[in-house]
Design a protein around this ligand. Structure first.
Ligand code: GDP
Length: 200
């Protein structure tokens, strides 16, 4: 029972403790079209994340509160907060993520106190992308805990998926990628386990 909290277009809009009760937050990051809203919808079992694809909200961070069991609107501490960040890589001309991202993205990642995990989505169907690499490198620098998730795994045979995942790991210099499919729901249980591990 996810509750949409708000859509932030400025640092000053990020939900305060009065709204989140200081619950741990999971941020979802990825290139436009990587399958971020499909994955969030499949995790939430709802169409809530589609608010992020409505015009005007695409350049915003959309915050959702997740409650376990209890009524969604109850004034209790949420289990987790989801933060759906704007997709990058849309403007072909921009060479760097920071040039393209709204100015509130880096402050969000660097300073958001309750941010417990960054879920960084990469498409398993395409070669390693420079802007994904840039984000992963940035996350390493910030020392924020992050998890790389490979999307649209259903489109590939096991063989090709394994090959592509190996290339992504090598190029992005990471130890692990969790393959998922929003279409078949494969991998989403494993992802949930990782998300719940940061919940209190
Ligand atoms: P976003 O821009 O990152 O939010 O990406 P979307 O969730 O809107 O997905 C972009 C496109 O990829 C859409 O056409 C989706 O139907 C497709 N897509 C997303 N996830 C999957 C998946 O797990 N499997 C397959 N086959 N297609 C997917």
């Amino acid at each position: 029972n996810p509750v949409f909290l708000l859509s932030a277009t400025d640092v000053s809009h990020f939900p305060s403790e009065a709204k989140t009760y200081g619950a741990p937050e999971v941020a979802f990051l990825g290139r436009s079209n990587v399958g971020k809203s499909s994955l969030i919808n499949s995790l939430l079992g709802s169409k809530q994340a589609h608010t992020s694809s409505t015009p005007g909200r695409t350049r915003a961070i959309n915050f959702f509160a997740l409650h376990e069991g209890a009524g969604a609107k109850m004034k209790v501490k949420p289990t987790l907060i989801f933060a759906d960040l704007p997709g990058y890589g849309y403007a072909k001309i921009s060479k760097s993520i920071s040039a393209e991202w709204p100015q509130f993205i880096e402050p969000y990642i660097a300073d958001r106190e309750t941010l417990a995990l960054c879920v960084c989505l990469v498409d398993t169907n395409i070669p390693p992308q420079a802007n994904d690499h840039q984000l992963i490198t940035y996350l390493k620098q910030t020392q924020r805990p992050f998890l790389v998730v490979g999307t649209k795994a259903d489109r590939l045979s096991n063989n090709v998926l394994a090959k592509n995942m190996a290339a992504l790991k090598r190029e992005h210099e990471i130890d692990e990628i969790l393959p998922v499919s929003a279409k078949t729901d494969s991998g989403t249980k494993a992802l949930w386990q990782r998300l719940m591990a940061v919940a209190e």
